[in-house]
Each structure stands twice: as C-alpha cells, then as structure tokens.
Design a binder for this molecule. Structure first.
Ligand code: ATP
Length: 237
C-alpha cells in the first residue's frame, strides 16, 4: 500500500531553537493519525512544512509515494495555524474565491459547508462568526478540493462538545472513504476516540509512532503519554 504521507529526518531551526530534530511520521490512506506532543514539541512546524507554508532545513516529505510538490499539494487539504478568513466576505463568497483559485467546482465547496453544518450561516460575513464557526469554515475550505490527504492543526481548538463530536464524525466518515488525515491535538480523550494511530513528538523528535494501545500504559493513555514525554525529555537533555 502506498503511504499517503511520509516525513523522514525533518530538521528545522527557528530563531536559534531546534524546532524539528529528526522528526518522522507516516500516514496511510483511510487512516486518522493523531500527532501528539507537549507545547513547543514541533507539531505546527512539521505541519507547516507539509502544507508548504515553511521549508525544512533538511529531511524529506513524500505524498502518495512521490516527493511533495505543487502537483501533490493539489491533493492535500490543510488547516494549519487557524483559518485565514476575509472578515467582509461570507462563507459562500469564501467558497467561490477558493474554488476559482483551486480550479474546482464551487458545488464541492457548498457540499463541504453542508457537511460542516454551516447552511444557516453561509450568508453571514465572517466578522460576525463565533470561534467555532470560523473553524468549521476553515475545515470546509480544507475539504474544498476533495483532498486525499487532510492536515489539520488542532481543529477542535475552542469548539464546544457538539462541534468536537461533529469533527470526529466527519474525520471517521472521510477515513471510511479512504481519505488520510493527520491531526494534531492536546485532547487525549478525543484522540483516543478518533485516531487509528498516533505519533508523539518530543523536542522535535519522534518519541513514539504506532497504535494507541502501544502508548497507553496499562490501558491509561494519559499515563502512557506522560511517561513517554518525561523519559524522552530526560534523554535529550
Ligand atoms: N517563528 C519562530 N521563531 C522562533 N522560534 C519558533 C518560531 N516558531 C516556533 N518556534 C519554536 O519552535 C519550537 C516548536 O514550535 P511549534 O509551534 O512547532 O510547537 P507545537 O508542538 O506546535 O506547540 P503547541 O502545542 O504549543 O502548538 C518551539 O520551541 C517554538 O518556540
């Protein structure tokens, strides 16, 4: 099976910090992969590199068996560092602009809005949106071009329980259609309910990659995560 995403040996220095220190991860088609790690571990940095928003100092990123390039990025939907919205435009106008830029039918975007439960607010300017509505539109825009790989940086940040459950259902439905998703999160309970496999970054390196069972110490994901982070952090000092 060709992997949807493979990152190997990723290094990146930012302002004198080693943000990435050899990180690697692999996401398969039809899989929801949870990217975990303490604050500052490098999750956003690696996702920005995958999304093409930043370069690596060294390392490789491949999508669907080929080095990531402009063509393969056409098959990738991203929401990294929050939704970038125009305050004076409504959701439908966002869809039209993005559909034109991506060269896809705007109906695909309307379908994504429906999937995100945004029909009622689609004609409202985004300046009047709540945080949850902003995130929903950001995810709809990431889905617009019907990507085979989705990269979402903390997509349930600030969402209420209904919004969080909706995103979980959406990611599972997409996985059932074969879409691969890389999603970062600090919410271990949500990760346990949503993800097939996880990777844990600590100080820019991959401390664990595999099934959730392998991380959970005696069935307790939180303890397993803390143990791993403490051990790995001690190892790099
Ligand atoms: N523009 C920047 N200049 C200097 N250092 C940076 C910059 N951006 C990130 N860093 C540093 O790089 C490291 C990795 O940051 P990153 O945002 O990728 O972590 P993260 O795992 O996404 O954290 P969080 O969970 O808090 O979102 C941190 O030490 C951070 O301080």
């Amino acid at each position: 099976m060709t992997e949807a995403l493979r990152v190997t040996g990723a290094y990146k220095s930012l302002g004198g910090n080693r943000a990435l220190n050899g990180a690697g991860l692999t996401v398969n088609p039809g899989e929801v992969y949870g990217l975990l790690g303490p604050n500052g571990a490098g999750k956003t940095t690696v996702m920005k590199a995958i999304a093409g928003l930043a370069s690596l100092d060294s390392g490789e990123i491949a999508a669907f068996g080929r080095p990531m390039d402009a063509r393969s990025r056409g098959e990738v939907g991203t929401l990294v560092e929050g939704p970038a919205l125009w305050p004076h435009l409504d959701a439908l106008e966002h869809i039209r602009v993005h559909a034109r830029l991506r060269g896809v039918p705007r109906e695909w975007g309307y379908a994504a809005l429906r999937a995100l439960g945004m029909d009622d607010v689609a004609r409202r300017r985004t300046s009047a949106y709540s945080l949850g509505m902003r995130w929903r539109l950001g995810i709809a825009l990431a889905l617009l071009a019907r990507p085979r790989l989705l990269v979402l940086d903390e997509p349930t940040n600030g969402l209420d329980p209904v919004g969080t459950r909706d995103i979980r259902t959406l990611l599972r439905d997409l996985a059932a259609e074969g879409v691969a998703t890389l999603v970062s999160s600090h919410q271990l309970d949500q990760v346990a309910r949503t993800c097939d496999r996880v990777g844990v970054l600590v100080s820019g390196s991959t401390a664990y990659e595999g099934p959730l069972d392998g991380l959970a110490a005696g069935g307790d994901l939180e303890s397993g995560f803390f143990d791993l982070v403490t051990r790995s952090d001690a190892g790099v000092r």
